[in-house]
Write a protein that binds this ligand. Structure first.
Ligand code: ADP
Ligand code: MG
Length: 206
């Protein structure tokens, strides 16, 4: 039995929706919700290009670097939603949760399958590197994942920490360097400066 165009459309929409649901996004913020006039340090055409997801085909990474509240998670999520909508396997996780999850898997002797889960995603978004320090042992787990994805899959990271301070985040400068080396080899670094959107109304009053 042939499907009508409408049935095909419905199937595609529901497949896209299920990709979005499994991607574990923190919210449903889109690029249209982002005010580029407020955050003038963000180059709109660069973000639109990232939304176009060619970087995923080219196995490139993206890093959003900037202080709290400037829109890193918002932009990362909107790029992720568009890639999931195009049925590219995408997964969003906070750095701290990722590490806890890998540790739990290791303690339960299922680290390999968990590493496979995270390495299989065409786009893995790791949010909030740098807010919490990462022990040397945890940094080694994180490194294993980054190394598996290196030149095979795209990873999008957000961080509030300049790269020179990653040695403090991972508590071991050698591991931090090895991680940075792989992340930055083929990467788009989007540096965001400026004020937090969260407190913009207070800033106007001051
Ligand atoms: P960060 O991850 O950099 O700490 P978020 O992306 O979580 O910041 O942004 C904080 C809040 O402000 C979110 O609700 C986000 O949607 C909103 N926000 C940030 N920047 C903008 C912007 N330029 N336009 C619209 N909303 C923004
Ligand atoms: Mg954030």
């Amino acid at each position: 039995m042939e499907l009508t165009q409408k049935e095909v459309d419905i199937k595609e929409i529901s497949a896209a929706n299920s990709m979005i649901l499994t991607a574990n996004f923190p919210h449903n913020k889109r690029i249209d919700d982002f005010d580029f006039n407020f955050q003038t340090s963000v180059n709109q055409s660069q973000i639109e290009e990232l939304i176009g997801h060619q970087f995923i085909d080219r196995l490139e990474n993206v890093v959003f670097l900037g202080p709290s509240g400037v829109g890193k998670t918002h932009l990362a999520t909107s790029i992720g939603i568009e890639s999931a909508r195009k049925r590219i396997s995408t997964y969003f996780v906070k750095c701290h949760d990722l590490i806890q999850n890998l540790k739990k898997a290791r303690n339960e002797s299922r680290l390999e399958s968990r590493l496979k889960f995270y390495s299989s995603k065409k786009l893995l978004i790791i949010d909030e590197i740098g807010y919490l320090p990462i022990s040397v042992d945890d940094a080694k787990l994180f490194f294993q994942l980054i190394d598996r994805r290196y030149e095979k899959k795209s990873t999008l990271l957000t961080t509030n920490m300049p790269f020179k301070d990653w040695g403090e985040v991972f508590l071991d400068p050698k591991i931090a360097n090895a991680i940075l080396d792989r992340v930055l080899h083929h990467a788009h670094v989007v540096q965001i400066t400026g004020n937090s959107y969260r407190i913009k109304d207070y800033l106007e009053e001051i």
